[in-house]
Design a protein around this ligand. Structure first.
Ligand SMILES: [Fe+2]
Ligand SMILES: [Fe+2]
Length: 196
């Protein structure tokens, strides 16, 4: 009698399990067609393009910067940015999508602004560093807005592991932004103000 009950219980569990799997499959195909999922994937492609473009841009900023302190900050963040690219590749994998780049006009514009700063400021000047910091912070703020929003959407859609990865990158963008402010306010802005 006891054995029979156990068998029945197992049978029920197996059926329940199958139902759960089937529901998950249906749910995931429904999810993939949802407008919010499509937006989420598009936004990931946008920031994937942006991060790759930022790796190159940070190299140019590093070369153009006057102080070692700022050069180092750009170099450190370039290394972090490479991690951001591979984290995004993991996020794509977690949601069963391919990593693709979607041209991002916003980041192209922000990078162009950085190039304009290099052209319009004197090489070796502190004014250049003060201006480069602001150009770089505009990029960080774009990333902060993107990662903050996408991490929240990932939580809403139940992509918890993806959300963790997006939040990790968000934290690094926020730290970079804070660090750049510190560098500007500690000495660079003051020294730039002294330039004739
Ligand atoms: Fe980044
Ligand atoms: Fe960044």
């Amino acid at each position: 009698m006891a054995t029979k009950t156990a068998e029945n219980t197992n049978a029920t569990t197996a059926t329940e399990k199958k139902a759960t799997v089937d529901n998950a499959t249906v749910k995931s195909s429904e999810m993939k067609n949802s407008p919010l999922h499509k937006f989420f994937v598009d936004a990931l492609k946008d920031i994937y393009y942006a991060e790759n473009a930022i790796i190159d841009a940070l190299g140019k900023l590093q070369e153009a910067a006057t102080t070692e302190e700022l050069k180092d900050a750009f170099e450190d963040h370039q290394l972090q940015t490479k991690k951001h690219v591979s984290r995004l590749e993991k996020v794509f994998k977690l949601i069963d999508e391919k990593p693709e780049k979607k041209e991002c006009e916003a980041i192209k514009g922000l990078i162009k602004e950085g190039e304009e700063v290099i052209k319009s400021t004197e090489e070796g000047s502190m004014t250049r560093d003060a201006a480069l910091i602001i150009a770089a912070q505009k990029v960080e703020h774009y990333e902060i807005a993107t990662y903050g929003g996408l991490a929240q959407l990932a939580i809403t859609m139940g992509h918890d592991k993806a959300a963790d990865l997006l939040e990790k990158t968000l934290q690094e963008e926020e730290d970079t932004d804070y660090n750049l402010t510190e560098i500007a306010e500690t000495s660079i802005n003051f020294d730039a103000e002294q330039e004739g």
